[in-house]
Design a protein around this ligand. Structure first.
Ligand code: AMP
Ligand code: ZN
Length: 114
């Protein structure tokens, strides 16, 4: 989608600090980090929110999680811990409508989240 910020990052029209790239997804650093480690993992294909996800997207969505976990291992935060979270629509604070998995780590995270 040409008017989608994250589709533009996928196509390279907007720069991002990429930390992961493969056939299905990319990972890049969040521009406004909420933790010492804050990366986003997104499918190359545009899916607006989890509300649009179908059973056919199972592999794609699982792949985001496995890719993020690999990056967490590479960053040395697997043992201390990290959080993977996906916000859906306004009540959860979603601001970019292209599915993205947040990886947050490198500090003690509180629960419940705000
Ligand atoms: P959400 O609020 O769950 O929709 O998260 C959107 C995230 O995208 C926020 O954490 C933003 O800081 C991040 N973000 C917005 N624009 C960019 C960008 N150009 N590059 C990297 N991260 C971005
Ligand atoms: Zn998009």
């Amino acid at each position: 989608m040409s008017d989608c910020l994250f589709c533009r990052i996928v196509s390279g029209q907007i720069p991002a600090k990429k930390v992961h790239e493969d056939a299905l997804c990319i990972g890049f650093l969040d521009i406004n980090p909420q933790a010492p480690q804050h990366a986003l993992f997104i499918p190359r294909r545009h899916v607006a929110t989890m509300n649009e996800a179908t059973p056919e997207d199972r592999e794609l969505l699982g792949h985001l999680m496995v890719s993020a976990a690999k990056y967490a291992r590479e960053q040395g935060i697997s043992d201390t811990g990290y959080r993977l979270v996906m916000n859906t629509n306004s009540a959860a604070g979603q601001t970019v409508f292209h599915v993205h998995l947040h990886l947050l780590g490198g500090r003690q995270l509180t629960w419940p989240p705000g």
